[in-house]
Design a protein around this ligand. Structure first.
Ligand SMILES: Nc1ncnc2c1ncn2[C@@H]1O[C@H](COP(=O)(O)OP(=O)(O)OP(=O)(O)O)[C@@H](O)[C@H]1O
Length: 328
């Protein structure tokens, strides 16, 4: 374990009203975020939403234009030297010296900490052994990611920032990364993770912040976001239909809106959307009769469904509802 006092009470990372501008353009706008010790806090958002900028302000790599940032009670913009031994950072671009060999880099980083992890054991866990003697510039993208992750955790920081940690990794490496992240959490580390992988967030995160246009637009645990769609308007249940693209969903929406459950009155609160070409998501208080309505709609449209499934919405559904389905 590390030799620092445990973080007691309050979040390990506390961001309040963060503002960051680049050349007069506001890219982070009054953003609030907490990350607790012993928890994984995921920051999700479309490209350019302001995730990396926010995390870089927490890492002391960028100076905020407004608001406050506290990491372990310290201001990273002025207390960088005191935070460095207590915080691990994995940057999106790796930030690794390209001229050195992979193994040397990890040993060098480990030597900067008072009580580093066992370098050999960490290298083994992340499968770094086979390319330890390879120069950083010759590593593949996934290998470089694994080395950057090893460097971020080797110092046993109390807070670890991981910017898209498993981007570009093969499934085996991704599993190793996820196991390591869970272990960090179990050891009491506050893990702050940005990711575009919804399954990664759903699997790992205790708390999720969805960021768009520099603001947090939804926050909560994954079950909370799934239950409310992030804005408290959906039921968390849905029917998902795969059929040919381009079906008119209006008749289905009308049939559902006018349908009365046994002994009840017509229900509102349905949404029907073609979430991606050929995938229709019917969101609302699903019951057995809902499927009959969906089947009737398909029959009227002369469409044979490839699959019809019921179940909960996914984090990806919630994310797309919150942030929109159009490309930025
Ligand atoms: N150094 C910089 N100078 C000017 N603009 C920048 C700089 N860094 C980032 N930006 C801009 O700030 C906005 C937010 O970028 P940021 O990297 O924080 O987004 P992100 O949510 O991490 O995106 P991604 O998911 O693509 O990594 C973007 O519009 C980006 O172009």
């Amino acid at each position: 374990m590390n030799s620092f006092p445990p973080v007691t009470g309050g979040p390990a990372v506390e961001v309040r009203g963060l503002v960051k501008r680049y050349g007069g353009r506001v890219v982070v706008e009054h953003l609030d975020l907490d990350a607790a010790p012993g928890a994984v806090t995921a920051v999700l958002g479309p490209n350019g939403a302001g995730k990396t900028t926010t995390v870089e302000c927490c890492e002391g790599l960028r100076v905020p234009d407004g608001g406050t940032v506290r990491v372990l009670g310290l201001d990273p913009a002025v207390d960088a030297a005191r935070l460095r031994p207590r915080v691990g950072v994995m940057l999106q671009d790796g930030g690794l010296p390209s001229g050195a060999r992979a193994g040397e880099v990890l040993r060098h980083v480990a030597a900067m900490y008072a009580t580093p992890r066992d370098v050999g054991e960490l290298a083994e866990r992340l499968g770094l052994g086979s390319f330890a003697r390879t120069g950083v510039r010759r590593l593949s993208g996934g290998q470089r990611q694994r080395l950057a992750l090893a460097c971020a955790v080797v110092g046993r920081g109390q807070v670890v920032f991981l910017d898209e940690p498993s981007a570009g990794m093969d499934p085996q490496s991704r599993r190793a990364v996820w196991d390591l992240v869970r272990e960090l959490r179990d050891d009491g580390v506050a893990v702050v993770l940005t990711t575009h992988l919804m399954d990664e967030a759903a699997d790992l995160a205790d708390q999720v912040h969805v960021v768009d246009h520099g603001r947090v637009i939804a926050a909560g645990s994954v079950p909370e976001l799934l239950a409310t769609g992030g804005h408290g308007t959906t039921t968390g249940t849905c029917v998902r239909v795969e059929a040919r693209p381009g079906l008119d969903v209006e008749p289905l929406a009308k049939s559902l809106a006018g349908r009365a459950p046994a002994g009840g009155t017509a229900q509102a609160g349905w949404t029907v959307a073609e979430s991606e070409p050929g995938v229709y998501v019917v969101d609302g208080p699903v019951d057995p009769a809902t499927l009959a309505v969906v089947a009737g709609w398909l029959a009227d449209a002369g469409a044979l469904a490839r699959s019809v499934t019921t179940g909960g919405r996914t984090l990806e559904d919630v994310f797309l509802d919150l942030t929109g389905r159009h490309l930025r």
